[in-house]
Design a binder for this molecule. Structure first.
Ligand code: ZN
Ligand code: ZN
Length: 280
């Protein structure tokens, strides 16, 4: 199995290091056939990781320039990682209405809003995760996880994002089942309901390798979830969520091994504006 695409990458328009051209050079050097540029979507509240709305036009132009420069060896796609917050999604969508993105990755990075009205991110630090858990959910991890997956399903049902980003990222700090048991029936039910929503909406699920670099030391989502995707006929892609050019193909070997384990033989590929399945 050879992995040939990298559809989830950041760069210096958001919180990534390096220029878009650096990612294209790294992707071409790694023998990839397609690179998706997916900076974090501009957000309507203060934070320090998303793209600025006023940079959107320059971002589009830069992707177009890099696409032209690599036209003979790499397909370069204009995408965005769309940060889904139920209360802001439609306004954010309206903000992007004039931008012809080839696809969006939809991701949930927030599980609620704290007492000061600030969205609460679970993934920036363990301290932030625990603060959200205590302040918003009274320390009830199951309630927090349920809210996370409710949001993921709302995002999928919203229907505007081709790929669901890092499906079970809420497990980021859960090494050793510290906060919840991934095999508990209630947790498996949340996953099943979420995969059902993906199957209904025709949403692609990514095997995001960045979890191998995080404290949890596991891909998003876990292999047992990927196996269920294969059983349910949900299309998969492998992404690395690279925030530095030398990570565009990071852990591709491990991802290929997991795909073999779970019986995945085809991967989603974007060609001529449409997602199709290619033999992996
Ligand atoms: Zn993300
Ligand atoms: Zn990302």
């Amino acid at each position: 199995m050879r992995l040939r695409t990298s559809y989830h990458t950041h760069n210096r328009y958001c919180d990534g290091k390096g220029a878009i051209a650096d990612y294209a050079a790294a992707a071409a050097a790694a023998g990839l056939e397609a690179l998706g540029v997916t900076s974090h979507s501009p957000l309507p509240f203060p934070e320090d990781y998303a793209m600025r709305l006023e940079d959107l036009a320059a971002y589009r132009d830069e992707v177009a320039r890099v696409r032209a420069a690599y036209a003979d060896r790499l397909r370069v796609h204009l995408g965005l990682e769309f940060d889904y917050l139920p209360e802001y999604a439609d306004a954010m969508w309206a903000m992007l209405a004039d931008s012809p993105f080839e696809y969006l990755i939809g991701s949930v990075h927030f599980v609620g809003t704290d007492g000061r009205g600030v969205p609460s991110a679970y993934d920036l630090s363990r301290a932030g995760f625990e603060r959200g858990l205590d302040e918003l959910f009274g320390g009830d991890a199951r309630a927090m996880i349920a809210e996370y997956y409710r949001r993921v399903r709302a995002l999928v049902a919203w229907g505007r994002t081709a790929i669901l980003g890092h499906l079970d990222r809420i497990k980021m700090w859960n090494a050793g089942d510290r906060y919840f048991d991934e095999q508990a029936a209630w947790y498996r039910d949340e996953i099943e309901a979420t995969l059902g929503a993906c199957a209904d909406a025709g949403t692609i699920v990514e095997l995001n390798t960045s979890g191998w670099r995080h404290a949890v030391r596991a891909p998003y989502p876990s292999p047992w979830v990927l196996r269920r995707c294969v059983e349910l006929g949900i299309p998969l892609v492998v992404t690395t969520d690279a925030h530095a050019p030398d990570r565009v193909a990071e852990f591709h070997d491990r991802a290929a091994a997991v795909l073999r384990q779970v019986g995945c033989t085809r991967l989603a590929v974007l060609r001529d504006g449409a997602w199709t399945l290619d033999a992996a």
